[in-house]
Write a protein that binds this ligand. Sequence first.
Ligand code: PLZ
Length: 468
Amino acid sequence: MSSEIINRPPAVPPAVPPAGDRLPQERRVVTEIPGPRSRELQERRAAAVAPGVSSVLPVYVTDAGGGVVVDADGNSLIDLGSGIAVTNVGNANPRVAERVGRQAGRFTHTCFMVAPYESYVAVCEALNRLTPGDHEKRSFLVNSGAEAVENAVKVARYATGRQAVVVFDHGYHGRTLLTMTLTAKNMPYKQGFGPYAPEVYRMPMAYPYRWPGGAEDCGPQAAAQAIDEITKQIGPGNVAAVVVEPIQGEGGFIVPAPGFLPAIAAFCRDNGILFVADEVQTGFARTGDLFACEHEGVVPDIVATAKGIAGGLPLAAVTGRAEIMDRVHPGGLGGTYGGNPLACEAALAVLEEIEEGGLVDRARAIGDIMLPRLRGLAGRYGAVGDVRGRGAMIAVELVRDGGSGGKEPDAALTAEIARRCHAAGVLVLTAGTYGNVLRFLPPLVIPEHLLREGLDVIEEAFAAVLEG
Ligand code: PLZ
C-alpha cells in the first residue's frame, strides 16, 4: 500500500473521542435478547415496515463503535458482523463522523452531474491508485454494491459490443433485476421476482470443500470446466464480461481454490473478455490485502467496490482501465446521488484510517487469532466440516456427520449456534447457498480482548449444542 493514500491536506484531528473512550468496549447482557424495548419496537415495525425486509437479530440499535453494538435495552453486543463488512474502520469512526459532520454544515448535495465538487474527484483518484494494477484507470461513483456491479456490466457491454455475462455458482451480486439475475441462490433473493435478465450464464465455482474431484486439483479443474462450457455454450467472442467475487461472500465465504482466478483471468485476456472483480464484500482491507484479488496477483479490468469504502455511508464505485471507461459517451453513466458529498468525505476519512490504523495488518492479525481457535472446533466436532477465509473474513461450514466424511449441510445446527451466540451477546451472521455457514466479519478496529471473548462465546455455543 502506498505511504500516502490520498493527495489531500493532512488528516483532520478527531473531534469526538475514539469509540473506546465513548463506549465501554465490553459485552454486557442485561435483558433477554431482544429485550422488552426492542420487542416493543419490533411490534411497531410489524405494522409499518414491509415484511419482505427482515433482520438477523431484531435488537434496536442506539449506539455502536469499536467492537460493540448497544441496543435500546442497554445490552452491549460484541460485533462480529460490521453491518455485513461495511464498518471496517469501526462504527461512527471519529474521523468519519467529524468529516461528514463538517460537510453536512457546508452543503449536502448538488448532484455531481449538475455542479461537481473536489471530494468526488479525490475519491476517484484514490481508487485509481489503490485498486490492483498500475495501468491508467478511471472511476465513477454510485450508491450501492448492486449499482456498482450493474454499471460494471453496462460499461463492459458498451466497450466490447458483446452481450453475454458469465457468473459462477454460489455467487451473490445484488438485488436489482440484473444483479439478482447474476446471483445464484433462489431463496430468498429470486423466488417470485422473475423473469430475469437475458444473456447471463452460470459456470461451476472452484469450491474446494465440495469439489467432486477433491480440493487438491479443484482450481485447475474448475477453471478448465468453466472455460470448456463458456466455449461450447456461449462462444468466447460473445462474452462481454466474467463477473466474480474473489472470495464469495453470501455464498458462504468460499475461497476459490488456488489457480482458479488466475486461469479465468488469463482466459479472459486471451479472448477479449473483461474480467470484472466484485470486491464489494472483500474490499478495503477486509481480507488482509487492500483488495482480495491481490492475493493471487490477479489484475481485473474493472473492479466494483462498495460497503467498506465509506464507513457506513452509502457509496460504491466502478474503477476500470482508462481505455475501457473512456469509451462510454458523456451522460451515459450517472445518477442523482452517486458520489454524494457526505459519502465522499466519509470515504476519504476511511482511506486515511485504513492506512494510519494499519488496518490491512490488523485484518491479518484477526485471521491469525480466529483461524486456530475455529480449527480447534473442527478437531473436536465432526459437524464442523470446513474452516476457511482470509484476514477478517472467516467462516465455518457446518455439516451432519462430517467426521465420517459426510458433508450434508446442516442449516438447523447453524441457526441454533447463531441463536445461542446472539442470546449471549455476540452478533454473528450466517451465509451459504445451503444456509449452513457461520461467518465472522469483525470491525478491523475491534479490541483484541473482545475478539477473544467472542470466540469464547462461540466455543461455548458449540459445546452446549454438540455436547448437550
Ligand atoms: N456484491 C459481493 O456481498 C452485498 C447483501 C445483503 P448492495 N452483500 C450483502 C442482502 O441480503 O441484501 C453484495 C455483495 C457482493 C454485491 C452486493 C450488493 O451490494 O450494497 O447490498 O447493493
